[in-house]
Structures are given as structure tokens and as C-alpha cells.
Write a protein that binds this ligand. Structure first.
Ligand code: MLT
Length: 230
């Protein structure tokens, strides 16, 4: 069965969960792994991120779109540098906590965005719940759009939620139109980060499939399990 949770509140135990936060947590995590970071440690609080600071680790994330004090990077995939085998500690408002929550209850957790859409679709086999990170507990249009695009690439029976997400995806001729119509894009645009919206709308330009490797209290460690040619 292919299911879509339009917010993390509907996250349900499943063999495979795919978390989506197009603007911008899963886009940034995917970009980091594609840029040579050894892993992305997703955390659910700023304090936890700061406690993880160590040589070979880069702290990235946002609060209200902006880089938290003392961090090294914001949450922009465009700001991700050459990973040089370091680890990125990623703390964001919605995406990182959704990944941590999924890691607690699912057998396997992958991260998807538009940048790695085809690669993730190829990696999924069997039942899957696609979980949209949303924004502050509410549905985010860009996540539902990407969930619908991913669902449409999969074979199998769909729940009504998956069919509804696919219908949302079909309503937009292009990804950039869907992302630009969202409330999160308006916030990024107002913050001067329009380039992030354009970049996150690129489709299947990265072959990385990020997968959660381990989890602990408030933490989910992600690595690139598969990299397929694009
Ligand atoms: C989040 O996790 O809430 C987002 O990725 C927010 C952002 O990128 O500004």
C-alpha cells in the first residue's frame, strides 16, 4: 500500500517511511550527502545540536528561516560546502523533528525531495508511508506536491490520501509553480532566499538516497545508502 501522511501527526508504524521537507530540510540533507558529507545527524533541538559540536562536525539549521546563533550554516542547500568526509548536524523547525519521529517507529526511513525524486522512487519496494513534514503542524503545499509526485512514480494500491496528493501534484504544470504557490516559499522569498526555492524545485538532479542508519533520544543519523546515476 502507498500512503501519504500530509502532516507528521498521521505518521504510522510502517516498514518504510519516506520523509519529505522540500523547503528545505530534506533538500539540504540530500545535498550535503551528495556533496561529500559522511552523514547528516538530524536533531530535534538547538541545544542538542550545540551539544554535538565536535571536530569534523558542521552545525546547520534554522529558526524562522535564519541560521541560529553559533551555527556554521543555515538550512540552504545552496550554502552546503564540500563535505570532505565531515558530518552535518542538522536542526530545523519541522523537517529534522519529523525525521527523528519517523526513525523512532519505522523499520526503514528514507529522505526525499525533488532533487532526488527518481532515486528514491527506485529505492522503494513494497508498502510505504510518505510523510510530509509540513509547517508548524499544518499541511505544506510543497511537501504534498512532492509526495504526490513520488507516489505517482510507484506501483501498487494507493490510499485516498495518496490519490489526493497525486491530484495536487497534477494541478501544477511545473515544480517551481507548485513551490512558489506555497506559504513557505513566501516566507523564504521575503527573507531574500528566492534562489533556494528555484534550486529545491530542480527534479532528480541528485542520485543520493539518504537513509536513517541509527537513532537515539532526539537524534536520527542519516547516510547515503545508495547513489544512482542521474
Ligand atoms: C523546517 O524544517 O522547518 C524547514 O526546513 C524550514 C526552513 O528551511 O526554513
Amino acid at each position: 500500500m502507498i500512503d501519504v501522511a500530509v502532516t507528521p501527526a498521521e505518521l504510522a508504524p510502517a516498514d518504510t517511511v519516506v520523509v519529505i521537507d522540500v523547503l528545505r530540510a530534506t533538500s539540504t540533507a540530500t545535498q550535503a550527502l551528495a556533496s561529500g558529507y559522511r552523514g547528516v545527524i538530524c536533531v530535534d533541538s538547538i541545544e542538542r545540536a550545540r551539544a554535538l559540536r565536535a571536530p569534523g562536525r558542521v552545525l546547520a539549521g534554522e529558526r524562522r528561516c535564519l541560521m541560529p546563533d553559533g551555527f556554521d550554516l543555515g538550512n540552504s542547500p545552496l550554502a552546503v560546502d564540500d563535505g570532505a568526509d565531515r558530518e552535518l548536524v542538522l536542526c530545523t523547525t519541522n523537517g529534522a523533528p519529523a525525521i527523528v519521529a519517523a526513525a523512532k517507529i519505522a523499520g526503514e526511513v528514507m529522505l526525499a525531495c525533488l532533487l532526488n525524486l527518481n532515486a528514491v522512487a527506485e529505492a522503494i519496494g513494497g508498502d510505504v508511508q510518505i510523510v510530509c513534514a509540513g509547517t508548524d503542524g499544518a499541511l505544506a503545499l510543497e511537501d504534498v506536491y512532492a509526495a504526490g509526485r513520488l507516489s505517482a512514480l510507484l506501483s501498487g494500491e494507493r490510499t485516498d490520501a495518496a490519490l489526493a496528493a497525486e491530484a495536487v501534484a497534477r494541478a501544477y504544470p511545473t515544480a517551481i509553480e507548485a513551490l512558489s504557490a506555497s506559504a513557505d516559499a513566501r516566507v523564504l522569498f521575503a527573507a531574500g532566499m528566492a534562489d533556494d526555492i528555484t534550486y529545491c524545485a530542480l527534479e532528480s538532479v541528485l542520485g543520493v538516497v539518504p537513509r536513517v542508519r541509527s537513532c537515539g533520544a532526539g537524534i536520527a543519523s542519516v547516510a547515503a545508502a545508495d547513489t544512482v546515476p542521474v
